[in-house]
Design a protein around this ligand. Structure first.
Ligand SMILES: [Mg+2]
Length: 266
């Protein structure tokens, strides 16, 4: 307890990075919970068999495109299905999700939004990279779409025929659109598939968000740091050591340190 300054769980330095690329579900919003409920309902109503487990969801479904998730579930459950059946199941899952979204609305995660504002305040680029084809709708309903310079979602991926996470293509496209090199960008992800994508894309830092006690899986997938809440992440805009302390302690004050930026009320 010698040092009264709390050491942040992770630090994003403006000197090291030009942009931060955020996953949507489980990072900025908690529609992950709605997605999970929709997948559970799909399994229950369309697939039969055992209920969807947390492990199955994390390893086979979370962060992937709908069709990929359906195929992965079929493989686990050893159910052969046609492409047409995969499409129908994927559309059913989307219907369930939109019903839940309409009923409950997207909820915002304050730690993620705080980090977005700190990143923007530090003059860094901001992107949202999501497998969801409902990304724009969720952002608009949440009132946070204007915070992102670039959006690469399931609709964009379809247009460009980009493979979904864990392939790095969607993250690389976002970096390209922002005009930043991957090694100068940070990926923020709550799903194993997304962490794998960030690692495979050669990004400078992959930050895992562990909201469900799956931190070990995120670390094994290659996350450089894992936090339970993005409020624990600092953004520094001056030369600083890895703990966010200015390198010149004789300076008047740590000017430019940009953590604790409150998002506007929504
Ligand atoms: Mg996610």
């Amino acid at each position: 307890m010698g040092d009264v300054r709390a050491v942040p769980a992770a630090t994003i330095s403006r000197a090291a990075f030009d942009a931060v690329l955020f996953d949507l579900d489980g990072v900025l919003t908690d529609t992950a919970l709605l997605h999970r409920s929709a997948w559970a309902r799909l399994v229950e109503q369309q697939l039969g068999g055992a209920p969807l487990t947390a492990e199955e969801y994390a390893e086979r479904v979370d962060g992937r495109r709908r069709e990929d998730g359906v195929r992965a579930l079929m493989q686990t459950r050893r159910v052969p299905v046609s492409d047409a059946a995969v499409g129908a199941l994927a559309r059913a899952k989307d219907r369930y999700f939109l019903e839940l979204l309409d009923r409950n609305g997207p909820r915002l995660l304050s730690g993620g939004l705080r980090l977005v504002h700190a990143v923007r305040g530090a003059g860094m680029g901001c992107a949202v990279v999501s497998a969801s084809r409902n990304c724009e709708q969720v952002l608009r309903r949440a009132g946070i779409g204007e915070l992102f310079d670039v959006r690469v979602d399931g609709v964009v991926a379809d247009e460009l025929a980009l493979p979904g996470k864990p392939h790095p293509a969607t993250y690389l496209e976002a970096a390209r659109r922002l005009g930043v090199e991957p090694h100068r960008a940070v990926v923020v992800e709550d799903a194993v598939a997304g962490v794998v994508a960030g690692r495979a894309g050669g990004f400078g830092m992959v930050l895992g968000v562990d909201r469900r006690g799956e931190g070990d899986g995120l670390r094994c997938a290659g996350a450089d740091a894992v936090v339970a809440d993005l409020s624990a992440v600092r953004v520094v805009t001056v030369d600083a050591d890895p703990d966010g302390r200015p390198l010149d302690p004789g300076g008047a004050e740590p000017a430019g340190v940009a953590w604790d930026v409150d998002p506007p009320a929504t």
